[in-house]
Design a protein around this ligand. Structure first.
Ligand code: G6Q
Length: 517
């Protein structure tokens, strides 16, 4: 168990006397505490760690067998399980979806999964060619893992879209979501991709019916406009109803599925097949890095260890992820799901309640916008919020203007670096209202430019950071029992709405409020 690992006691002792960053942060430290891989630099001089703490964190990684567990995951061992109890009991092979570029996995389950993904990719390439010129707009209908990752990527990569191609998303069962997207679209030139691994998600099936009906009313044959992405043999696996059907499998979790066909159809439509493959290539390079790089140079492992230091030893309950990049507008929302659904767990892989904190609360917004909103609390509030900044040296469009000696991109980066230093070092003053205590841990992940390739790498960096943390805590990062109870009760509630008999007095009393309004 995590708390019994030998390095934990050492780290606890060190955490009792944390560094004072006002005295610690130097130009040399910023230079030294940096690691580079797959086009990204991780700058962590502003985290509250020194060489001896880092050394103990690397011991922790060794004791928790982080690298062995990453190898087990990527080779397809059954790691999604709770020993001795009914559980999903499967491999975790989202990495196989992008294992198409050399240095392949040699273990049989991983090879087989990569071959299955390869076949779907070939199908996608053919499909995109066959539909060339027919559609200007694509709507993706899906929710949770079948929405957040693909949507975050699609928003981030708009400058790379093929001319005349637009992508839209419908996820919420709120009819206003579908209506807002549908208004203004020429349905004759619209292709709809319905994405549901289970093929049985209420919101998605409802929205599919909603849009199908709209098409039928407009005299359009949905069969020529609807594409399915689903699990084999799911209720949606019915190629008769669709223009094309693509598959995903049990061994790809919803929140890890953006690089499967779950993201493939819409991103391939928008960017072209080669553009989607660039995302996969970037992700694959980060997979290989996570698997093979020494812990001291391994970006996702370093990020995971620094996160564990902040969470379990300095005891901070939340993490803000702040991209200084408008492209990454919805990336924090994807990471919220990725991290909190994976590591928001209270039992270990043997089914015992854990006596320590696991996944933190993840939230975030792009900078500089956040600076004009919640940064007050981050600088001077009573709770310390560690921050993960993401930035890119170059803008995507490259059109920029020099105003008063600096470009907009330079203004963006100035703010990023200034915040990192201000949060770390703080400010003294005779006026208590102008005191900044500093010691707010933060780090910067700096890339060159947000492109399909770098975004694929960034996506995988976070997937592996989350996985490494789960390995350290000994929890199962790949199931999501926590969302089941609400779904079950919502079904009971729906029965009440439909006037059916249902033994659910608590729900009945809520319903009572509606009729009285
Ligand atoms: C992700 C979760 C969850 C899931 C949605 C949609 O890891 O399992 O967010 O993706 O509930 O599920 P379907 O794809 O089955 O519709």
């Amino acid at each position: 168990m995590f708390t019994k690992l030998p390095s934990v006691a050492e780290l606890q002792a060190k955490a009792a006397h944390p560094l004072d960053m006002a005295k610690t942060l130097t130009p040399e430290r910023i230079q030294k505490m940096a690691a580079t891989a797959v086009g990204f630099k991780l700058l962590f001089g502003t985290e509250r760690v020194d060489e001896s703490i880092l050394k103990a964190l690397f011991s922790l990684a060794r004791e928790a067998k982080c690298m062995e567990k990453m190898a087990a995951m990527q080779s397809g061992e059954v790691i999604n399980r709770i020993e001795g109890f009914e559980s999903e009991n499967r491999s975790v092979l989202h990495t196989a979806m992008r294992d198409q570029f050399g240095s392949p996995q040699t273990a049989r389950p991983a090879q087989e999964a990569a071959a299955m993904a390869g076949r779907e990719l070939q199908k996608l390439e053919k499909f995109l060619k066959s539909q060339e010129g027919k559609f200007t707009d694509l709507i993706q209908i899906g929710i949770g893992g079948s929405d957040l990752g693909p949507r975050a990527l699609a928003i981030a990569l708009q400058p790379f879209y093929r001319p005349g191609h637009r992508v839209h998303f419908i996820s919420n069962v709120d009819p206003d979501d579908a209506n807002a997207v549908l208004s203004g679209l020429d349905l004759k030139k619209t292709v709809v991709v319905v994405v549901s691994k289970s093929g049985s998600t209420l919101e998605t099936l409802t929205n599919e019916a909603f849009v199908r009906t709209r098409m039928e009313k407009a005299g359009i044959d949905p069969k020529k406009h609807f594409v399915a992405v689903t699990g084999e043999k799911s209720p949606m696996d019915n190629p008769e109803r669709y223009l094309a059907s693509f598959y995903m499998w049990d061994f790809v979790g919803g929140r890890y599925s953006a690089t499967s066909m779950v993201g493939g159809v819409s991103l391939g439509f928008a960017l072209g097949f080669d553009g989607f493959k660039e995302i996969l290539r970037g992700a694959h390079e980060m997979d290989h890095h996570a698997l093979t790089a020494a812990p001291e140079k391994n970006l996702p492992l370093l990020a995971a260890l620094l996160g564990v230091w902040n969470r379990n030893f300095l005891k901070y309950p939340t993490v803000a992820i702040i991209p200084y990049s408008q492209a990454l507008l919805r990336f924090p929302a994807h990471l919220q799901q990725l991290d909190m659904e994976s590591n928001g767990k209270r039992i270990d892989q043997k089914g015992s309640a854990v006596p320590f904190s696991t996944g933190p609360i993840i939230w975030g917004e792009p900078g500089t916008n956040g600076q004009h909103s919640f940064y007050q609390l981050i600088h001077q509030g009573t709770d310390i919020v560690p921050l993960e900044f993401i930035g890119f040296q170059h803008s995507q469009y490259g059109h920029d203007l020099n105003i008063q000696g600096t470009s907009s991109q330079q203004k963006l980066l100035s703010n990023l670096f200034a915040q990192s230093i201000a949060l770390s070092v703080g400010q003294t003053s005779d006026n208590p209202n102008k005191v900044f205590p500093g010691n707010r841990p933060n780090r910067i992940l700096l890339g060159d430019k947000c492109t399909p390739h770098s975004l694929g790498a960034l996506l995988a960096y976070y997937e592996h950071k989350v996985a490494f943390q789960g390995f350290i805590w000994g929890i199962n990062s790949f199931d999501q029992e926590g969302v089941q109870l609400g779904k079950k009760l919502a079904t009971k509630m729906l029965h009440l709405f439909a006037g059916q008999k249902e033994d659910f007095p608590l729900g009945q009393s809520y319903l009572g409020f509606l009729t009285k309004m």
